[in-house]
Ligand binder design. Sequence first.
Ligand SMILES: *[C@@H]1O[C@H](CO)[C@@H](O)[C@H](O)[C@H]1NC(C)=O
Ligand SMILES: *[C@@H]1O[C@H](CO)[C@@H](O)[C@H](O)[C@H]1NC(C)=O
Ligand SMILES: *[C@@H]1O[C@H](CO)[C@@H](O)[C@H](O)[C@H]1NC(C)=O
Length: 773
Amino acid sequence: MEFSVLWSLSVALLICPLYMGVGVLCEVTCNEERMDMEGGNYTLTKKLEYGSIMIYHCPEGYYPYPALTRLCLKSGTWKPAPRRRPLQQCKMVECPNPLVLESGSVLPVQMQYFVNNKTTYECYSGYSLRGSASRVCQANGKWSGGTPICSRDSGSEDRCADPGIPAGARRSGSSFGIDDKLSYRCDEGLHLLGSKARVCQESGQWTGTEPKCYYKHTYDTALEITEAFGSAIRESLQLAAPIDDTDQEGKKITIDKAGKLNIYIAMDISDSIAEEEFDKARNAVKKLIIKVSSFSVSPNYEIIFFASDVLEVVNIIDFSGDKRKPLEEVLDVLDKFKYDARDNVGTNLNLAFKTILERMAIQKQRNEMLFMEVHHVLIFFTDGAYNMGGSPENTVAKIREAVHMNNKEERDKYLDVYVFGVGSEIFDEDIVPLVTKRNDERHYFKVKNAIELEKTFDEIIDESKIVGLCGLHRNYDSGTADTIRQRYPWMARIDNTHEDGTASKCMGSLVTRRFILTAAHCFKFEDKADKIRVTIGKNQVVKGASRIILHPDYNINGKKNDGIKEFYDYDVALIQLKEDVDISINIRPICIPCTKETSAALRLVGEAITCKQQEQILFKNSLEEVSFISYDKKEQMDQRSDAKLKLQHQLRDNCIGLAATQVEGITPLNLKDVVTDNFLCTGGKQPTRDNVACKGDSGGAVFKDYDEYRTIQVGVISWGTNDLCPGGNSDVKQESSENSRDFHINLFKVVPFLKKYLGNETSDFQPLEFLEN
Ligand SMILES: *[C@@H]1O[C@H](CO)[C@@H](O)[C@H](O)[C@H]1NC(C)=O
Ligand SMILES: *[C@@H]1O[C@H](CO)[C@@H](O)[C@H](O)[C@H]1NC(C)=O
Ligand SMILES: *[C@@H]1O[C@H](CO)[C@@H](O)[C@H](O)[C@H]1NC(C)=O
């Protein structure tokens, strides 16, 4: 009766099935009596069973106090046990003490500062303020803005600037000369994140990162994480980008050898992360992977879920050599992974790190030279709690040793350990020692819940900072001009004044920083480049054109003698701009066929990729979905229109055949001479209606989205059989009728023309790299 003490507890319920000869196996369950919380409520991860977690919930701006969570123990009691005093309640979120400003005053002076309380900061005379002059206590337990600092106006011989004192912290040390050291600690009840000690360096910079004092209820906002993690991961991705890149100044950075990148993702699925949050966490991981792939890097992945044991979803060893796992397969495996909370009572964080260490050891043993070139990025999602396997600190030290190879100084940049603290209760003290510490970089983030995490990864890798990747775009818009622009950042408008004073409007696409691709029929032969106005972005007029280049075989009168009034074969042209445009989130070139840039966007790796292979991917189906942009005059907005290319013989014949009945001069006999193989055909009502192009759409890109983030142009809008938009392009999304067809120049048919100008290697602009064949 050794359990008699426990059993006598009135709170414990028993289920004791009897097994012959084995003795009594008992399950004690927890109970809910007197567990309610004032102002909020709770959820249970596994009902009242052993291992279940009671998670308290409070409204925005409040947090559960004194416990954030309770764990149901084997004994049927909660840990921590509920107490009468202090009573479990929702408390208003507080921000750390701001009255730490030196040489200045803080108003108002209060004992405590709550959500929405505002403070203002003023410096004594002879001192001036850096940082925020007023701050508001936010719902995540942090002050808005940056730490206010009063620094002496003159006479300072200090090498480093006064770094101030963060709210809630104490600082020892007050001289800022070379090698001077400052150390920090936080008030009771707060944890220090960032550097505990900082040293003034000869460069005038402090080592480490600014310390911050966090309550257990303090979280980072999605925006804060996006900014900090985004810039760090971008750095890694750019190191690994396999193609030549051009920075904003137009300098060409050539990376000789593709940098190699290993990403190890480990997700805590023990009870410490509630079951309903699992799917969201999984989605966040998927988003991260998809986003990373859009940067033309193909990292090797290790993906594990862990609790008391480690479940390996993707093994990085499978990636080595030529056996690359395609991204789709990785995502598929992730999707198929079944979350089962029942098996997981323990959390063995150390085992997760050990698994990664082992995988590294195998790679190193197989090919040490290769291992040395690899950049390793570890991304952990955990609440930091573990109850098995011991502390992972030693294992993390071994991982560092494995990568540093006795040369920490040089090789530190090859390893990044990030931890996202996710969960109802996060154990900062246990996480902080694990993450990478590097000047001005953050590697530890506290996320309120998995929903916030998903939101964060949506924004995390900001496309605007990446140059040199064609077709990269935001994959959503909210119907406003600005967001539509970010979705179609290559879109250009062309206004052309002819010699006779008449004007015409066309669409075009930015294909390099120096060139716009459009239709030849937008120009007359005598047109002058300086009469062309190109607009990209909402109101951004490009500095002017220096050259109009029509396809040499374009000749609108070429078949006049055969009764064809206008002949549009090879209806493509390039406009060379006077100078490069600046790449930004709003302005970026689209990918065009048969270039190495497009191979990268299509994730075709290797030297032997051919133009044909790209064509087979982009024109895989007999009916291929494509899009183009029309301007909606009513809404004064660009809108996406959709159509299907009829590619297969019979479908194509039916599509183009109609021209013979609709267009003056075209007969079944001369049809194929007029509508040559260089045209792509859309329209009609079979099998579904397409959107039709309108007059002002000429020269616009016919494009295909590849995966979620890249766009490739496959055609140029040329001509149509029926003008279904009589008032110019006023009726946007005009639908195709039985007898309407649109014809677009197939870019795969005009590659030599594109290559001659866009691939010009002796020019003063960055050429596109075309495939050999
Ligand atoms: C629990 O509390 C949250 C936050 O205060 C509230 O949104 C939710 O409706 C509550 N649920 C129940 C069942 O009372
Ligand atoms: C600070 O916030 C608390 C709680 O909302 C409020 O009662 C108090 O009046 C505020 N103080 C100031 C100075 O605004
Ligand atoms: C390529 O660039 C050089 C230098 O600007 C120029 O002289 C040449 O005409 C260009 N070639 C073509 C085909 O435009």
